[in-house]
Design a protein around this ligand. Structure first.
Ligand SMILES: [Zn+2]
Length: 175
Protein backbone atom coordinates (compact mmCIF):
# COMPACT_ATOMS: atom_id res chain seq x y z
CA UNK A 1 0.00 0.00 0.00
CA UNK A 2 1.10 3.54 -0.70
CA UNK A 3 2.28 5.65 2.21
CA UNK A 4 2.69 9.39 2.68
CA UNK A 5 6.38 9.09 1.73
CA UNK A 6 5.38 7.82 -1.71
CA UNK A 7 3.35 10.93 -2.52
CA UNK A 8 5.38 13.69 -0.88
CA UNK A 9 7.01 14.92 -4.10
CA UNK A 10 4.18 14.04 -6.42
CA UNK A 11 3.10 17.21 -8.20
CA UNK A 12 -0.42 17.62 -9.55
CA UNK A 13 -2.05 20.31 -11.62
CA UNK A 14 -5.38 21.69 -10.34
CA UNK A 15 -8.09 22.56 -12.86
CA UNK A 16 -11.42 24.25 -12.10
CA UNK A 17 -13.63 21.94 -14.14
CA UNK A 18 -15.48 18.62 -14.03
CA UNK A 19 -13.41 15.50 -14.84
CA UNK A 20 -13.38 14.07 -18.40
CA UNK A 21 -15.61 11.16 -17.34
CA UNK A 22 -18.17 13.32 -15.46
CA UNK A 23 -21.05 11.75 -17.43
CA UNK A 24 -20.06 8.22 -16.30
CA UNK A 25 -19.53 9.36 -12.69
CA UNK A 26 -22.95 11.02 -12.62
CA UNK A 27 -24.61 7.74 -13.65
CA UNK A 28 -23.38 6.09 -10.45
CA UNK A 29 -23.24 9.13 -8.14
CA UNK A 30 -25.85 11.65 -9.33
CA UNK A 31 -25.05 15.28 -8.56
CA UNK A 32 -21.55 14.64 -7.28
CA UNK A 33 -19.77 16.73 -9.92
CA UNK A 34 -21.91 19.83 -9.20
CA UNK A 35 -19.74 22.76 -7.95
CA UNK A 36 -21.72 23.09 -4.70
CA UNK A 37 -20.82 19.52 -3.72
CA UNK A 38 -17.16 20.58 -3.53
CA UNK A 39 -15.84 17.13 -4.49
CA UNK A 40 -12.37 16.62 -6.00
CA UNK A 41 -11.61 14.16 -8.80
CA UNK A 42 -8.21 12.83 -9.85
CA UNK A 43 -7.46 11.96 -13.45
CA UNK A 44 -3.81 11.10 -14.02
CA UNK A 45 -1.76 14.08 -12.82
CA UNK A 46 -4.71 16.45 -12.74
CA UNK A 47 -7.05 17.28 -9.87
CA UNK A 48 -10.44 18.38 -11.16
CA UNK A 49 -11.94 20.84 -8.70
CA UNK A 50 -15.35 21.94 -10.02
CA UNK A 51 -16.23 23.73 -6.77
CA UNK A 52 -12.95 25.70 -6.88
CA UNK A 53 -12.24 24.94 -3.20
CA UNK A 54 -8.90 25.69 -1.61
CA UNK A 55 -7.31 22.27 -1.21
CA UNK A 56 -5.67 21.45 2.15
CA UNK A 57 -2.44 19.40 2.26
CA UNK A 58 -4.18 16.23 3.42
CA UNK A 59 -6.56 16.29 0.43
CA UNK A 60 -3.67 16.95 -1.95
CA UNK A 61 -2.05 13.82 -0.47
CA UNK A 62 -5.32 11.89 -0.90
CA UNK A 63 -5.60 12.85 -4.61
CA UNK A 64 -1.90 12.12 -5.15
CA UNK A 65 -2.59 8.54 -4.04
CA UNK A 66 -5.25 8.22 -6.74
CA UNK A 67 -2.85 9.74 -9.27
CA UNK A 68 -0.22 7.09 -8.44
CA UNK A 69 -2.90 4.38 -8.53
CA UNK A 70 -3.65 5.53 -12.09
CA UNK A 71 0.04 5.72 -13.02
CA UNK A 72 0.83 2.14 -12.05
CA UNK A 73 -1.86 0.68 -14.31
CA UNK A 74 -1.29 -0.33 -17.92
CA UNK A 75 -4.80 0.96 -18.68
CA UNK A 76 -4.22 4.23 -16.79
CA UNK A 77 -6.97 6.48 -15.39
CA UNK A 78 -9.48 5.10 -17.91
CA UNK A 79 -9.17 1.56 -16.53
CA UNK A 80 -9.03 2.74 -12.94
CA UNK A 81 -12.22 4.77 -13.28
CA UNK A 82 -13.94 1.91 -15.10
CA UNK A 83 -13.44 -0.44 -12.15
CA UNK A 84 -13.90 2.30 -9.58
CA UNK A 85 -17.44 2.96 -10.83
CA UNK A 86 -18.26 -0.69 -11.51
CA UNK A 87 -16.91 -2.55 -8.47
CA UNK A 88 -17.65 -1.17 -4.97
CA UNK A 89 -14.98 -3.36 -3.36
CA UNK A 90 -12.30 -2.04 -5.73
CA UNK A 91 -13.57 1.49 -5.04
CA UNK A 92 -13.24 1.08 -1.28
CA UNK A 93 -9.80 -0.54 -1.62
CA UNK A 94 -8.56 2.50 -3.56
CA UNK A 95 -10.26 4.96 -1.19
CA UNK A 96 -8.93 3.15 1.85
CA UNK A 97 -5.37 3.61 0.57
CA UNK A 98 -6.08 7.30 -0.11
CA UNK A 99 -7.78 7.87 3.27
CA UNK A 100 -4.91 6.22 5.14
CA UNK A 101 -2.40 8.58 3.48
CA UNK A 102 -4.74 11.54 4.01
CA UNK A 103 -4.91 10.76 7.72
CA UNK A 104 -1.14 10.22 7.85
CA UNK A 105 -0.59 13.68 6.35
CA UNK A 106 -3.10 15.31 8.73
CA UNK A 107 -1.52 13.55 11.72
CA UNK A 108 1.90 15.03 10.93
CA UNK A 109 0.65 18.54 11.54
CA UNK A 110 -2.04 18.22 14.19
CA UNK A 111 -2.34 17.33 17.84
CA UNK A 112 -4.05 14.31 19.34
CA UNK A 113 -7.45 15.91 19.77
CA UNK A 114 -7.60 17.20 16.20
CA UNK A 115 -6.39 13.82 14.93
CA UNK A 116 -9.16 12.04 16.79
CA UNK A 117 -11.82 14.29 15.26
CA UNK A 118 -10.34 14.06 11.80
CA UNK A 119 -10.14 10.28 11.95
CA UNK A 120 -13.87 10.19 12.67
CA UNK A 121 -14.55 12.56 9.76
CA UNK A 122 -12.42 10.41 7.43
CA UNK A 123 -14.14 7.23 8.60
CA UNK A 124 -17.61 8.73 8.12
CA UNK A 125 -16.67 9.82 4.61
CA UNK A 126 -15.14 6.43 3.70
CA UNK A 127 -18.15 4.57 5.06
CA UNK A 128 -20.69 7.08 3.82
CA UNK A 129 -22.85 7.87 0.78
CA UNK A 130 -20.06 9.55 -1.23
CA UNK A 131 -18.58 6.10 -1.89
CA UNK A 132 -21.82 4.13 -1.83
CA UNK A 133 -22.28 3.20 1.88
CA UNK A 134 -20.16 0.06 1.53
CA UNK A 135 -18.86 -0.27 5.09
CA UNK A 136 -19.81 1.12 8.48
CA UNK A 137 -17.89 4.15 9.70
CA UNK A 138 -16.74 2.21 12.74
CA UNK A 139 -15.19 -0.43 10.49
CA UNK A 140 -13.75 2.30 8.26
CA UNK A 141 -12.10 3.85 11.30
CA UNK A 142 -10.52 0.52 12.18
CA UNK A 143 -9.23 0.03 8.63
CA UNK A 144 -7.75 3.53 8.37
CA UNK A 145 -5.62 2.95 11.46
CA UNK A 146 -4.87 -0.77 11.04
CA UNK A 147 -1.32 -2.01 10.56
CA UNK A 148 -0.62 -2.48 6.86
CA UNK A 149 0.35 -6.14 7.12
CA UNK A 150 -2.82 -7.04 9.01
CA UNK A 151 -4.33 -10.13 7.39
CA UNK A 152 -7.88 -8.93 8.03
CA UNK A 153 -7.19 -5.73 6.14
CA UNK A 154 -5.80 -7.56 3.14
CA UNK A 155 -8.58 -10.14 3.13
CA UNK A 156 -11.37 -7.59 3.46
CA UNK A 157 -10.23 -5.65 0.43
CA UNK A 158 -8.48 -8.27 -1.66
CA UNK A 159 -5.07 -6.67 -1.29
CA UNK A 160 -2.32 -9.07 -2.24
CA UNK A 161 1.00 -9.25 -0.42
CA UNK A 162 2.38 -6.39 -2.54
CA UNK A 163 -0.72 -4.26 -2.07
CA UNK A 164 -2.22 -5.07 -5.46
CA UNK A 165 -5.95 -5.50 -5.79
CA UNK A 166 -7.93 -7.69 -8.14
CA UNK A 167 -8.29 -5.05 -10.80
CA UNK A 168 -4.77 -3.62 -10.85
CA UNK A 169 -4.07 -3.09 -14.52
CA UNK A 170 -5.96 -6.23 -15.37
CA UNK A 171 -9.27 -5.43 -17.01
CA UNK A 172 -11.23 -8.53 -17.83
CA UNK A 173 -9.76 -10.55 -14.98
CA UNK A 174 -12.72 -10.06 -12.71
CA UNK A 175 -13.00 -12.64 -9.99
ZN1 LIG B 1 -10.54 9.38 -3.04
Amino acid sequence: MLKLDNVRNHEMKVVKDVPPNAVDIEKIFPGVTAPERKVLFAWGNIIYNPGDISIPAQLLAHEAVHSLQHAKRADGPDGWWYWYLKDPVFRISQELEAHRVEFEEFSEHNNRNFRKGYLKDCAKRLGGPLYGNIITWQFAKKLITMEEDCVELRKAFRFGTKGETDHDGAPGLLS
